[in-house]
Design a protein around this ligand. Structure first.
Ligand code: PLP
Length: 494
């Protein structure tokens, strides 16, 4: 299957090339030539385990990867999750389930893709004939960084460098990254927010000069962000898996439509849901849940994307994003796959901080999506009430989604089964969760983790408990204009 750039000036012959490159040469994102329809295969998926389901879905796009190798890689990757299930569905109410995507090595949904991406990239480079050392540059709002570091640590022929906003991640997230082991990794804090990190990384990708210098040193760039199709593809699978689990549990019949509610930042997770729908999964609405950085709520309701607004630091830091990269892929589809229009809009965004879509595009946007947001107070309240009502502890990102799912149901009176995607363990944000549950503020993350255990009897994950004794290896803080030189000095070390 071919992959096109959303901006029309780069076409590659297969997913292997798209994955090994990460970003297209023209600055656009790679999209598949078409969406394979699997609606007739749904019943086959019912009896499969998670790794088999994931392999089945992935193979539809990765037709040049051999099936057995891919299946083996999926089994390896998802063997790293609790009970070898990357996406268990937990029923909490008659019509409401939670899709728990945080049982992997770093306790966030990013693990679902990033436990597998090393294989997809390595194999992709082999298929595409890439002989150089691969340097992965990653901007993170907190969770991608750790999941990518853990996935790529000590992988031959690969180096990875992560940029995170110095004051924009939780204490646990920061500790997770700064104590990272492995001899091919580097972690740098940037004075700025996630958008600054992401823009800096994209700039490096687009600089001919940087690429030339790196190429002389035998290094090519790739990305572990959801701009890379290899990050996106594994995320499509859990929408299918959740659907199958609901069928198997007798909650729905094959063919029934359901809703998914997704806490959204860079628009990668929910875009994977949109791709699943395009592949034939019976989805009614995709509900886009934002925090106070509600640029997507506005876009989906008005058709205007406008980043000229205040940036808020919230208790759901992994969603503190104004420039959602993956929206470009959706806008490309909305425009009828018109790369000229898409490129113009992305240029408008860069130059003027905004673009808008036509009224017919807005209409189709409204048919697929519902969007709303949840502010800080409502987020804490939701964690509290949900625990009282169901004995279930939400992390702040998932709480944003639960709140918006209630808004959606109120508005639509929709009675279909609804699945909320849970994107992180509450133990990554213990201070916020304890504040929500006790109405008291504490600074110490580990003390809050202990309190959270005492209050809820949810076991503290080993990955969190162990952090306390780990050596801190990374403490560099740079200005946002110094990312290129930071990359060069990392490269010069090997
Ligand atoms: C990354 C992340 C999100 C946002 O996902 P996108 O794919 O960027 O929209 C939400 N919640 C958590 C916990 C995350 O780590």
């Amino acid at each position: 299957m071919k992959f096109f750039s959303t901006r029309g000036k780069d076409v590659v012959s297969s997913a292997a090339f798209a994955i090994s490159k990460g970003l297209a040469d023209d600055g656009g994102l790679f999209v598949p030539e078409f969406f394979p329809n699997v609606v007739d295969d749904l019943d086959k998926l019912l009896d499969m385990d998670y790794a088999e389901r994931a392999c089945f879905i992935l193979s539809k796009f990765l037709d040049e990867y051999d099936y057995d190798g891919l299946l083996n890689a999926c089994k390896n990757a998802y063997g790293k999750f609790e009970d070898a299930d990357a996406a268990p569905v937990v029923k909490v109410d008659d019509k409401l389930s939670i899709l728990e995507l945080f049982h992997g090595p770093t306790l966030a949904f990013k693990d679902v893709a990033l436990t597998l991406l090393p294989y997809l990239l390595r194999k992709g480079c082999d298929i595409a004939g890439v002989k150089e050392e691969v340097l992965i540059l990653t901007a993170t709002s907190g969770d991608t960084g750790k999941a990518a570091l853990e996935g790529f640590k000590n992988q031959d022929g690969i180096k990875i460098m992560v940029f995170f906003p110095s004051d924009g991640v939780s204490d646990m997230q920061k500790l997770q990254m700064c104590t990272q082991e492995g001899d091919n990794v580097n972690v740098v804090a940037v004075k700025g927010n996630f958008d600054d990190c992401q823009t800096a990384v994209k700039k490096i990708f687009q600089s001919q000069e940087v690429r030339k210098t790196l190429s002389e040193k035998g290094v090519v760039l790739s990305s572990a962000n959801s701009i890379n199709f290899g990050r996106l593809a594994p995320q499509i699978a859990y929408y299918f898996s959740a659907y199958c689990d609901l069928v198997n549990a007798g909650e729905i019949s094959l063919g029934d439509k359901i809703n998914f509610v997704v806490p959204t930042g860079n628009f990668g997770n929910i875009l994977a849901g949109y791709y699943a729908k395009r592949m034939g999964l019976p989805i009614n609405k995709l509900v886009c849940a934002s925090n106070s950085n509600n640029v997507l709520t506005e876009f989906i309701s008005s058709g205007v994307y406008d980043v000229d607004r205040e940036f808020y630091k919230t208790v759901s830091p992994s969603m503190d994003i104004l420039v959602s990269s993956n929206l470009e892929r959706l806008v490309y589809e909305l425009s009828g796959r018109d790369s000229t229009v898409t490129e113009r809009r992305m240029n408008d965004l860069k130059k003027n901080g905004r673009y808008s879509v036509s009224s017919s595009e807005l209409k189709s946007l409204g048919e697929e999506f519902f969007a709303d947001y949840c502010d800080e107070d409502d987020c804490l309240k939701t964690i509290n009430v949900f625990f009282e009502e169901y004995g279930y502890v939400l992390d702040p990102h998932t709480a944003v989604a639960v709140y918006v799912s209630e808004k959606y149901l109120e508005y639509s009176k929709d009675e279909k089964q609804t699945v909320v995607l849970s994107t992180a363990s509450p133990y990554k944000f213990p201070q916020t969760v304890i504040e929500a549950l006790t109405d008291k503020k504490y600074d110490d993350a580990f003390k809050c983790a202990k309190m959270l255990f005492e209050k809820t009897a949810y076991p503290v994950p080993e990955q969190i408990a162990n952090l306390k004794k780990k050596e801190k290896r990374f403490s560099t803080v740079i200005e946002k204009d110094d990312t290129i030189s930071a990359v060069m000095s990392f490269v010069d070390k090997f």
